[in-house]
Design a protein around this ligand. Structure first.
Ligand code: ATP
Length: 345
């Protein structure tokens, strides 16, 4: 029997005990739509089962990254960072796409930035390998700062495309022109100028990203290895000029490595010259019809949607789901409050 507040008395083994139950208003009950949870979301990795880990005990961490983190005031990794590190740096690293649902303030940015920088630290040629997309300029600036703390330590450069500066200033920061020797006449028809990416990692908002994809000579996503969709829910809710299908199209290729889309339609004769990232289409189980080496996707949110139709847009490959459950905010361990007493004279 329920009381009005939803308090119920039950009898078990001849003893009474009480249970407090939330009674749902009738309209809410009927209006709530049942959405089937995707199979890969049913048995997630529980982030709360991980503990903080001092950098000195983190396996495989590049010594220069450890030093850069210490210089940035970070001595240990938060649980979500340890969980992602374990799932990406261990055996079978980055074979699956990663989906993280973890509260605001839990440290998701470093959770993806650190493994990406560590993997790219061995790259030989500079080209755009990692793209991080965020819905707002402020968030993008914060994320750029996190990458900027660690990436230079292993020789990687980070760029920003958010519309903070003029498009021409942004282009000159993102695209490198070869230095032409004085006194030598160059004929662009016989020998096209080779434009190259000036950055290994790009943090962008969808609008500016689309501008560069469509208009910037030498801007290409052909060599992209990592795509991070941060604040996924918001980015999926708002289409932002169909940036996601465009990016996915620009990074996909057919069997012979010919790209489905020259990411810049105006870039004939430009681009990365003889450098080619050839993605072949996998035929093995689990990789069927997927280009290989794959574009690895990492999607993150504090409230990750479970709606299959929304998640389908990301075209995830064998995703691994890491979650802390339904906690929305993470409070700092030591939260101090101060009272300011202002005496009126
Ligand atoms: N390992 C760490 N040690 C100390 N401070 C950290 C560590 N990782 C992150 N931080 C700090 O914790 C704060 C929250 O981190 P971050 O912004 O990455 O959280 P988040 O989960 O991405 O939040 P949001 O959902 O708002 O994006 C930042 O001020 C960051 O500098």
């Amino acid at each position: 029997m329920y009381s009005e507040s939803g308090h119920r008395r039950c009898k078990l083994n001849n003893r009474f005990f009480s249970v407090t139950m939330e009674v749902e208003p009738k309209e809410q009950k009927t209006s709530r739509k049942k959405v089937a949870v995707l199979p890969w979301m049913r048995n997630p990795v529980d982030v709360s089962s991980f503990n903080k880990c001092p950098l000195t005990q983190l396996p495989f961490l590049h010594p220069r990254l450890e030093e850069a983190l210490c210089n940035g005031g970070i001595e240990s990794l938060f649980p979500v960072q340890v969980a992602v590190w374990q799932e990406t740096m261990g055996p079978g690293s980055f074979e699956r796409d990663i989906c993280v649902n973890s509260p605001t303030g839990s440290g998701k940015t470093l959770a993806y930035a650190l493994p990406i920088v560590q993997i790219l630290s061995t790259r030989a040629v500079k080209c755009l390998r990692a793209l991080v997309v965020l819905p707002t300029r402020d968030l993008a600036l914060q994320v750029r700062d996190v990458f900027a703390t660690i990436a230079p330590a292993v020789g990687l450069s980070v760029g920003l495309a958010v519309g903070q500066s003029s498009i021409s200033d942004e282009i000159s920061m993102l695209i490198e022109r070869p230095k032409l020797e004085a006194g030598i006449c160059y004929d662009p028809e016989s020998r096209p100028i080779e434009l190259q990416s000036a950055v290994d990692i790009l943090v962008a908002t969808p609008g500016r990203l689309m501008d560069h994809i469509t208009n910037t000579k030498g801007f290409t996503l052909e060599h992209l290895r990592f795509l991070v969709v941060d604040e996924t829910d918001r980015l999926l809710r708002e289409a932002y000029q169909s940036w996601l299908p465009t990016v996915l199209q620009c990074t996909s290729s057919s069997v012979d490595g010919h790209f489905a889309c020259d990411s810049n339609p105006l870039s004939f004769g430009f681009g990365s010259g003889s450098l080619k990232t050839t993605r072949r289409v996998g035929v093995e189980r689990g990789f069927k019809n997927k280009p290989y080496p794959r574009l690895v996707k990492m999607v993150l949110s504090a409230t990750l949607t479970q709606d299959p139709s929304k998640l389908a847009q990301l075209d995830l490959h064998h995703p691994l789901f890491l979650t802390t459950g339904k906690i929305r905010y993470q409070l700092p361990e030591h939260l101090e409050s101060f009272k300011l007493v202002n005496s009126l004279v």
